[in-house]
Design a protein around this ligand. Structure first.
Ligand code: AMP
Ligand code: MG
Length: 345
């Protein structure tokens, strides 16, 4: 049995490699943002193919829900729904329905018809509408003007000039879809990020994942690093897409009441089980501001918030405050939740 002894070292080498198999990682530009996926599986071929299936899923959701792609089902709604009912597939219908429920829950702070005025802003070219144009476009901003027929699966706009955009919820949805696909493939450790929306599956091989909340005015600095397992985190910031004009920042999160950028806060991070919810809630709380935003999050069992307000101070939902005061050793600043900085000025 000499041969067997000879292959033993190679076998050992193989198994030790299998147990520390590399993470399969990929980045791509999809949905107008950066998508990043990290997956671990002892069979590295399985990990690599799982990463590819996430990228395919992101592309699929983008083709369905993009406002920029003429051929998307969402673009079709925007072209035709003011003239009459437009039939849509169950998935898109479901996400529009969820968006309307978020509008009700946030008293209209989250409103996908924001796009009726939002499309007039061009952040890349630093261009914005006149106040008169904003006022006239605002007549088409109201989620109650969207009519959904659940039996016929149709969407109708009740007013001319209406547009919808799922930019505040679709990335979170795509991240949840990705996690579902990974779990179905037997993956137990993964992180999926699309722009400001991240969800992690399991641990990072025994240790929690850590997701940073960046400083809204210094891209290299963190205001917090959050340990997470089987959870999602979304951050909405006024630094993502914007231009400054005469000292005023015009950015991509629109207050549906004014048609202007929401101005009460600089960034909002929401932590909770579902990325579709953390995504919609981060946009919502950005519009609601500190007081109403925290009131909303504190009324929801599974969700927590970290807000950087317009003067740079940090605010937390009650779940994080308790965690913070229970764990913070005096004067210490390790950079996890227990020692979130009090201000980021
Ligand atoms: P997020 O990337 O989650 O911070 O959300 C910002 C995106 O949500 C914007 O780029 C818009 O596509 C969309 N959005 C902006 N304002 C609103 C709003 N009031 N309600 C719903 N979606 C919005
Ligand atoms: Mg969001």
């Amino acid at each position: 049995m000499r041969v067997n002894y000879m292959i033993l070292p190679f076998l050992l080498l193989f198994f030790s490699h299998a147990s520390i198999a590399d993470w399969a990682k990929k980045r791509a530009s999809i949905m107008g943002t950066e998508v990043a996926v990290e997956v671990w599986h002892e069979d590295s071929a399985k990990a690599a193919s799982a990463v590819d299936s996430v990228m395919q899923e992101m592309q699929r959701v983008d083709h369905l829900m993009s406002t920029h792609k003429e051929t998307s089902a969402l673009a079709k709604i925007n072209r035709l729904a003011s003239a009459g009912p437009v039939k849509v597939g169950a998935e898109l219908f479901g996400l529009i329905d969820k968006s309307l429920k978020c509008s009700e829950k946030t008293h209209g702070a989250f409103d996908i018809t924001y796009a009726s005025v939002g499309y007039l802003y061009d952040y890349r070219h630093a261009s914005r509408p006149q106040q008169s144009e904003v006022e006239s476009a605002l007549q088409a901003v109201d989620y109650r003007l969207i009519s959904l027929d659940a039996d016929k699966q149709t969407v109708t706009f009740k007013r001319e000039g209406m547009r919808i955009d799922l930019g505040g919820i679709a990335k979170g949805y795509a991240v949840d879809q990705s996690i579902k696909i990974l779990a179905r493939q037997g993956i137990r450790h993964a992180r999926v990020t699309a722009g400001g929306d991240t969800r992690v599956l399991g641990s990072r091989l025994g240790r929690p994942w850590t997701v940073g909340v960046r400083h809204p005015r210094a891209s290299k600095k963190m205001v917090a690093v959050i340990p997470l397992m089987d959870e999602a985190i979304s951050t909405s910031g006024d630094y993502e897409r914007y231009f400054d004009e005469s000292g005023i920042r015009y950015h991509h999160i629109i207050n549906p009441e004014t048609g202007d950028s929401a101005r009460e806060v600089r960034s909002v991070s929401i932590i909770g089980p579902k990325a579709v919810m953390t995504d919609a809630l981060s946009t919502s709380v950005f519009v609601l501001g500190v007081e109403s935003g925290l009131e909303l999050i504190n009324s929801m069992d599974d969700y927590e918030a970290i807000i950087v307000d317009k003067s740079g101070s940090l605010h937390y939902s009650t779940g994080l405050e308790q965690f913070q005061s229970a764990n913070e050793p005096e004067g210490s600043h390790n950079n996890l939740i227990p020692s979130l900085l009090a201000s980021v000025n």
